[in-house]
Write a new protein. Structure first.
Length: 386
């Protein structure tokens, strides 16, 4: 059946916890094996980390991608998108206790989810909430035989909005009272050791005599842009990025997060297809917490986000059942017996509100490698992050 927005909220997707959205099938869609590119399956790995590569500066066109702060504030110009997440497994021999996982979006103010429809073939499937900011689409099957195909598809209808709240220093007191629930975004995390000597040394030197957390965070963001050279690579860790002064967009964002945490400013990573940035948290005079975007690669914005991006996950200490907290929800296949071939893919497509409207750019397809590729022939695709 379809999970509608009110049901989705009521089951706790935005409230956190580990409850599963156990939506049963609307249909048992029978995917033909010929439609699935099994000819060159990717090698089996216990965990497949999606590439994070976006480094090229994005100027924008001023319309689909803002290149300067807009006059309006709020969650601006929401656009409708269809998202599909697909997991297909083909048995190469007998196996049992099969499970597969891929990151699934949850609802944020800039990303309301209207409904989800789950389809399956030969398996069970559900969206499992891991934290208030992260979830995964999970497939499970008792057994699989040679040549047997099992599949699960989650189809989302959601909206993506630009975010400009008009944040500025004067909105926040210099002395911050951090809410208990946000203290998880302090301290160390996987690949982000805010307590390391290197991080504390850089944080102390760069922050200098600054006292206001807004100015400290803004100074850290500029320091990352000026001192961590962009370089395509697999993720290392913050200490390595500081020592070598190079990193992919993930290292650059992680360095910003670690520096903020070293100065007792809550911060976290934000993942979108093939890219990430950071957010830091400040509490206003009324005691309300605000998560503030800080872009350290590709986009140059501080305090706002001027593009429609699918948020796959926020946070970098995600609780995984039976495992240590994870920086990132990986594509993951597990079983006992002969490992099946598998193929994970995803598709993001803008939807026009009417036949006369322009659906806009931003269509993406997730490849077998885990990389998301821009697709479509919209004129504004040339302004999109690649």
């Amino acid at each position: 059946m379809t999970i509608h927005r009110r049901t989705f909220l009521r089951t706790g997707v935005t409230a956190g916890g580990t409850a599963a959205l156990t939506a049963s099938l609307r249909t048992d869609r029978r995917a033909s094996p010929a439609q699935i590119p099994w000819e060159s399956p990717i090698p089996y790995e216990e965990q497949i980390e999606s590439p994070v590569h976006a480094l090229r500066p994005v100027i924008g066109d001023g319309k689909w991608i803002f290149n300067e702060p807009p006059k309006e504030t709020g969650y601006l110009e929401p656009r409708t998108f269809d998202l599909s997440l697909e997991m297909h497994l083909r048995g190469v021999g007998p196996a049992r206790n099969i499970s597969a996982f891929t990151a699934a979006p949850v609802e944020f103010p800039e990303q309301p989810i209207e409904n989800i429809r789950i389809e399956r073939r030969g398996c069970q499937a559900a969206v499992q909430v891991l934290a208030s900011t992260a979830a995964r689409f999970a497939l499970s099957a008792e057994t699989i035989a040679a040549g047997q195909i099992i599949s699960a598809v989650a189809r989302y209808r959601l909206k993506l909005a630009k975010s400009h709240m008009g944040f500025q220093e004067a909105m926040f007191p210099e002395v911050q009272e951090i809410p208990r629930e946000d203290r998880i975004n302090l301290g160390d995390g996987p690949g982000i050791r805010a307590s390391s000597r290197a991080v504390r040394s850089v944080a102390k030197e760069v922050a200098g005599d600054l006292r206001h957390p807004w100015l400290i965070a803004k100074t850290f963001r500029q320091w990352v842009w000026d001192n961590i050279k962009g370089q395509h690579q697999d993720y290392t860790n913050v200490d390595t990025a500081l020592r070598k002064r190079v990193g992919d967009c993930e290292e650059r964002a992680a360095v910003f997060v670690a520096l903020c945490r070293a100065c007792n400013i809550p911060a976290r990573l934000v993942w979108v297809p093939n890219h990430n940035w950071a957010e830091f948290m400040l509490v206003d005079e009324a005691g309300k917490p605000h998560w503030i975007p800080s872009h350290t690669s590709a986009y140059s914005w501080f305090g706002w986000t001027g593009v429609h991006e699918l948020v796959l996950q926020k946070g970098d200490k995600i609780p995984i059942p039976g495992k240590p907290p994870a920086r990132l929800i990986y594509d993951n296949v597990r079983c006992i017996g002969q490992r099946p071939d598998y193929f994970f893919t995803a598709s993001l497509q803008p939807v026009a509100e009417s036949a006369e409207d322009d659906a806009g750019p931003g269509a993406r397809q997730k490849l077998k490698s885990g990389q998301w590729k821009l697709v479509g022939d919209h004129d504004a695709q040339k302004f999109m992050r690649v």
